[in-house]
Design a protein around this ligand. Structure first.
Ligand code: C2G
Length: 132
C-alpha cells in the first residue's frame, strides 16, 4: 500500500483544499493529513476559525482522506514519514523547496496551488460583505 502524507491548517475548507487532497491521493492508496493543532497554528501566526477537533472531523469526512493526525511542530515530519511508513509527501507549491530535506525519506511533490481562493480571502470577503 502506497501511503501519502500532507500537512496544513485546512481552516474554512474550500476548493483549494479539496483540490490538493484529491491530487495528493492520486499518488497512492492511502492519504494521511496532518492538521495543524491550535497551538501550532499560533506558532505559524494563524488563528483558525474552527478548532483542531472541528477541522479534524471535517477532514475525516472527505472521501480522499484515510487518516488525520495532529501537526504540533515543524520538526515532526521526518518522524511522521518513518512512523507511518509514508512513500510520498505532497504540499502546495507555495511551500516549494521548503521540505526537500524529506527526499532522504520519501518522494517530495509540490503541486500548483488553486488560484483565487484562500481562507484569508474568504475571511476578507465576508468582512466586506458584513460591513455592507
Ligand atoms: N492550498 C492550495 N490552494 C489554495 C490554498 C491552499 O493548494 N488556494 C494548499 C496549500 O498549498 C497546502 C494545503 O492546501 O498544501 C493546506 O493549506 P493551509 O491550510 O493554508 O496550510 P498551511 O498554512 O500552508 O500549512 O507544515 C506545513 C504547514 O502546516 C502548511
Amino acid at each position: 500500500m502506497r501511503k501519502v502524507i500532507t500537512y496544513g491548517t485546512f481552516d474554512l475548507l474550500h476548493t483549494g483544499h479539496i483540490n490538493i487532497l484529491r491530487r495528493a491521493k492520486e499518488y497512492g492508496d492511502y492519504l494521511i493529513v496532518a492538521i495543524s493543532s491550535d497551538e501550532f497554528n499560533a506558532l505559524k501566526g494563524k488563528k483558525a476559525y474552527y478548532s483542531f477537533e472541528q477541522r479534524k472531523l471535517i477532514l475525516e469526512a472527505i472521501r480522499y482522506v484515510d487518516e488525520v493526525i495532529p501537526e504540533d511542530t515543524w520538526e515532526q515530519k521526518v518522524q511522521d514519514v518513518k512512523d507511518h511508513d509514508v512513500d510520498v509527501f505532497v504540499m502546495g507549491d507555495d511551500w516549494k523547496g521548503k521540505f526537500d530535506f524529506l527526499e532522504e525519506s520519501c518522494e517530495v511533490i509540490y503541486l500548483p496551488r488553486t488560484v483565487g481562493i484562500s481562507t484569508t480571502k474568504i475571511k476578507r470577503d465576508l468582512t466586506k460583505v458584513n460591513k455592507g
